[in-house]
Design a binder for this molecule. Sequence first.
Ligand code: HEM
Length: 387
Amino acid sequence: MVAGDRRSGVRTWLYVVAALVVAMVAVGGATRLTGSGLSITEWRPVTGALPPLSDADWAAEFAKYKDTPQYAILNQGMGLSAFKVLYGWEWGHRLLGRLIGLVFFVPLLVFWWQGRISRRLGLGLLGLGALGGLQGAIGWIMVASGLQPGMTAVAPIKLALHLTTASLILAGLIWLAAGERGDVSAPAPGRLRATAALLPLAILAQIFLGGLVAGSHAGLVYNTWPTMDGALVPSADTLFAIRPWIENFADNHALVQFNHRMIAYLVIALALLHAVDARLSGSPAAAGRAAGIAGLALLQASLGIATLLLGVPLWAALAHQVLAMALLTMATVNARLSRGTGRVRPIAAAVPLGFEGLAGRGVYAFPRRTVMAAARDTVHRPPETSG
Ligand code: HEM
């Protein structure tokens, strides 16, 4: 098998896992928006894969749910069929998590065994695997926070952390997949590379803040735009109404929503700046990618505004969440490609006559530095002594 095929198989697999992570985020969003997230009151990573199968199993699960504060405060009198719908969303979300684990680890072992995973890629993938395990635990810690006395939903900060970790896993998969491209491209100029690297970081921060808005239901108040509470910037008394001041960042609807608006403007400004810079750089590929990111950022912000003005209908909130993943994906691909790609060009095609012998030994290199270092080694190595 040639090197390009070996890498494209790995790349396709990484993109499939990434697509499943996006599906997981969407199902997680639907689980939250339908109020289903607290319907399964235990964490059984293996045995929980089976849903209740008999009437007695369902009655037992429903009885456990009836013991939760959410049932007592919000859902008194709910029937078994309505409970089954809640349970279905949460069970589906958890099952998808298990499926992602399988689709990630089984091919990983096969590719590793076939020698198709480089050391660097392997380390990255192991890191992502660990983050995936941690994400399951964060998910349960989040659910447990919603089962505490007096709670009817999970703690907003834990929801934001859960969403951000999912996004980080997605960005990691996309980063590694984009790095497996077989073609060769040179790194972008310094400033373009810097803004390309900043974009996914700013979007991740914005996703965290969006998770706080969603988790605290801060989108159900101040449903006007561009003003908020009658002004572009609400008064300090409104933004910092709670003492101690630090708690406003998670618990005050006004500041939580205001921060999400402000970082949206920052993301858009950064994306536009990057797009102009990329256009001036003279690289059509970089300009195309940057224009796509700027367009998607504007679309995402418009959808956020619509979600707010309409009072957070399910379809708009879900679309806003999924589009955030698309934006993060594009920005991550762009950041990775702006660093330059391609280590699989046979050296014979890249270096002047005289170094072909290296190619014969199966050496592949893209960075000129590698070629030059190999050349230096060849020239300065002391003559071998025989016998
Ligand atoms: C680059 C821009 C933006 C990004 C990446 C972004 C991302 C997100 C994310 C990831 C969520 C969490 C969704 C969930 O967990 O259900 C969210 C929630 C939200 N965002 Fe944005 N957002 C952006 C801009 C905006 C803007 C400009 C507004 C309005 C002015 C807005 C309004 C909202 C609202 C109201 C929610 C809560 C939805 C709910 O309760 O489910 N967003 N955002």
